[in-house]
Write a protein that binds this ligand. Sequence first.
Ligand SMILES: N[C@@H](CCC[C@H](N)C(=O)O)C(=O)O
Length: 280
Amino acid sequence: MWIKFNKMHGLGNDFMVVDLVTQHAYLTPMQIRHLADRNFGVGFDQLLLVEVPTKHDVDFKYRIFNSDGSEVENCGNGARCFARFVYEQKLIGRRNIRVETASGNMTLELTPENDVIVNMGPPILAPADVPFIPEGNDPSQAVSYKIEVAGHGRIELGAVSMGNPHAVIVVDNIDTAPVETLGPIIEAHTSFPSKVNAGFMQVINRNHIKLRVFERGVGETKACGTGACGAVVSGILRGLLDHKVQVDLPGGSLTIEWDGKGDVIMTGPTSNVFEGRVNI
Ligand SMILES: N[C@@H](CCC[C@H](N)C(=O)O)C(=O)O
């Protein structure tokens, strides 16, 4: 069976986007892993499925799968590409879009330049809801925690959920940060029962950070939108950042705003690379 898809990216975090409003298909985790393969398939970090909503107050349902086939709760770069996709495919006639995800509803606004402003909702900080198990099982919320990591000693990190879980580690130099070695150990650490995305943040000044993210279920990506939100929230809570921050990722920059209590706002670009058909 053939399905149509678009290949898109947000700052190099790349996606296969499939319209399941006008097409019908079911993809198993094994098929998703095959499609994600950069040699034998289409190749992507995440698969984004656009579906008919199950609720009345939204326009679409948007589902996200990592390249390892696991379904996840949220994807910031994917959300921006989703907004551009539904508008350009004429699935909707307005640039203000409401969408249902596995972690709640989001509102998105597509600008004439094809940037997207996303209301990502509030960060989740209660350890049990991240989910994060602090050492000693202390349920109280802190701005940062220390966990024992085999071979690396005690690592200090922030634990933030943007619908999906993020650990945020501050480093002195982003270029030499141990993303490929420490990233996978943090991803699978027992303190994070649902696994975690591991972000490494260098603070340049109170309005500017550099960030690399070892993504759960993928590996290091060129950019992570929810990771950028989690890093800025963690940096603000730790007293390191102001409320509006430029986040430089390997694939480009995002602007993240958080007033310290309400919703996190992410603004960034989208790219539509090509359209294709694939036999599943
Ligand atoms: N690339 C994404 C995040 C995708 C999901 C993540 N790997 C997870 O497992 O939570 C983004 O831009 O937010």
